[in-house]
Design a protein around this ligand. Structure first.
Ligand code: HPA
Length: 246
């Protein structure tokens, strides 16, 4: 049976160890190759499909990810809901390393990415409403599931999508802070708007890997190697949340 839920796994979530894998599928799309094979399996007795955003071996940088192929293939196989996990830098005070958050808004600072399905061979120019970049019902379900597990998570916050792959300067983060952003990541856009263009319910579970540049106690350079350890622990909690929802 075609799963109705897809999980797009970000950094440190290239696999879901709680997923009982049934089969894999290598598919291509009119937009090229998705980041990884589709991995089908059972999570908590429910069929789900898993896609590794940065590739199975974590080799695709944020600006090189084929977001259109990833979303298109999920929609094509019949998925209705997409839960995306994403590592972020924490800007707002409650976004300390290791924290989980369900962003409710986005500001897009990316550039030069293929960010729409509506550009070629159009019979008319098409605009989608993007007032709510994340599906409120799916967000609510995730928040409730997290609460029921006794896991703490921030229930709102604006996600700043930056171009990467470099991290930001301290001044850039001060600007994002002034813009009202709570967290910063590199993969949230155009993933969210492409999902919306296809009519998919899309919500993100953000995992804070580090204080964003210039923030935190030490206000030192970000220890890029330490990010992995923080994420390993926090992603274990993220897996619980995802498994409980499926
Ligand atoms: N900035 C942007 N993306 C990120 C960060 C960050 O500090 N940490 C993890 N992903």
């Amino acid at each position: 049976m075609t799963p109705s839920i897809a999980i797009i796994g970000g950094t440190r979530l290239t696999t879901l160890d709680t997923l009982r894998i049934t089969h894999r599928e290598n598919l291509s799309t009119p937009y090229g190759q998705p980041s990884s094979p589709l991995i089908y399996g059972e999570l908590n007795g429910r069929n789900v499909v898993f896609l590794a955003r940065h590739g199975q071996h974590h080799t695709l940088p944020p600006h090189r990810i084929n977001y259109r192929a990833n979303l298109w293939i999920l929609h094509h196989i019949g998925v209705k809901q997409v839960i995306a996990t994403a590592a972020v830098g924490g800007i707002r005070a409650d976004m300390a390393p290791g924290a989980l958050a369900f962003p409710d808004q986005i500001i897009d600072y990316t550039w030069g990415r293929h960010s729409t399905f509506f550009e070629d061979n159009l019979s008319e120019v098409t605009h989608i409403d993007f007032t709510e970049p994340y599906c409120p019902e799916l967000r609510e379900k995730l928040i409730q599931g997290t609460h029921d597990l006794g896991i703490t998570a921030s229930e709102s916050g604006t996600y700043a999508a930056t171009q990467g792959p470099r991290l930001e300067t301290a001044a850039e983060i001060r600007r994002l802070e002034r813009d009202g952003c709570a967290m910063v990541g590199m993969t949230g856009m155009p993933e969210a708007s492409l999902a919306q263009e296809l009519g998919l319910s899309y919500a993100a579970l953000a995992v804070v890997a580090n204080y964003a540049a210039g923030l935190g106690d030490s206000r030192q350079a970000i220890d890029v190697d330490a990010i992995g350890d923080v994420l390993a622990d926090a992603m274990a909690r993220a897996r619980h949340v995802i498994a409980s929802l499926a």
